[in-house]
Design a protein around this ligand. Structure first.
Ligand code: GLU
Length: 300
């Protein structure tokens, strides 16, 4: 699989969730993608990760696209909206289910949190101990037949047994030298694959989409570094190729008092309104040709 990827022209994606305004951290990510695409002759596509219907809004998508265009970033249309491709995620879920790796979970969010007894996943969220894994399939089927709402979870123990023993990924960080990183997905427990009101979890949707869209290079923030272990596991179980990963630094926000002018917010729209031009924002983030100074941004 790795050979296939190396032989292909790079495909990169910027994949915002339209649940708020584009902030400087997203802009940094989009510009990193743009730079790598330019350096490698790759293609950069936009993907709108809008499966969370409660939080994602078309007006946020429109504002994000507008802010990106203001920064000089334009993407080939039409771009993929995850909410329009629920069938793809259902098919992937069915493939995992056929392998005996999925079970329905009837716990509410608060029940799952209580059951975690204080244990946390690498994101700091309650670690689900697998309560509903103990249900017999007859009982689970009966509850589903009664119309009880369920999330579907990956049985991480079985999943690990079905995957290659040594999982890893190729990590470049922000540099040019790759290193192999060991993936330890067990720390995530029985992750949600689809929720009670969510067609697919972020983990499942991102793996399905990166594969369907032929993404060769995933450029995203370090906050998603730990999640890559889960993505590598799902890629193996779904027979998807592994992209190269480039987890970049995060832009520090006002709480860290790192922006030089504290009156300036980290939202790109607010910076636009304050009179900054795109060149100044690009320069502050390290992607500009012009002189800096109008805005200072700190990275972790
Ligand atoms: N949609 C995710 C976010 O906005 C990014 C997903 C990814 O790059 O893998 O944080």
């Amino acid at each position: 699989m790795a050979d296939d990827i190396l032989a292909t022209a790079p495909v990169l994606r910027f994949a915002p969730s339209p649940n708020g305004a584009l902030h400087l951290g997203h802009a940094y990510s989009a510009l990193m993608n743009e730079r790598l695409a330019a350096e490698t002759g790759g293609r950069l596509i936009l993907r709108i990760e809008d499966l969370d219907r409660a939080r994602c809004k078309p007006r946020f998508e429109a504002a994000i696209v507008d802010d990106l265009a203001w920064l000089g970033l334009r993407f080939p249309a039409p771009w993929r909206r995850q909410s329009e491709h629920r069938d793809d995620y259902a098919a992937a879920l069915a493939r995992l289910d056929q392998q005996g790796l999925v079970y329905p979970c009837f716990c509410s969010r608060s029940e799952a949190a209580r059951a975690s007894a204080g244990l946390r996943d690498p994101d700091g969220a309650p670690l689900y101990p697998g309560t509903c894994r103990a249900l017999t399939s007859t009982e689970a089927r009966a509850r589903l037949a009664r119309g009880e709402k369920a999330a579907f979870r990956l049985d991480i123990g079985r999943a690990l047994a079905a995957a290659p023993a040594h999982l890893s990924w190729v990590e470049y960080g922000e540099g040019a030298v790759p290193s192999e990183r060991a993936a330890a997905p067990a720390a995530w427990g029985d992750i949600v694959l689809s929720g009670r009101d969510l067609a697919a979890s972020y983990h499942l949707a991102v793996v399905v989409d990166d594969a369907l869209q032929g993404v060769t290079d995933v450029v995203r923030g370090r906050d998603l570094f730990a999640a890559t272990a889960v993505h590598r596991l799902l890629q193996e179980l779904l027979f998807c190729p592994a992209p190269r990963y480039r987890h970049h630094r995060l832009v520090l926000d006002r709480n860290g008092a790192k922006l030089a002018k504290s009156r300036q917010s980290a939202s790109v729209a607010e910076l636009r309104e304050s009179g900054l031009n795109p060149g100044e924002v690009r320069t502050a983030l390290g992607f500009g040709a012009g002189a800096g100074g109008a805005l200072t941004v700190a990275l972790d």
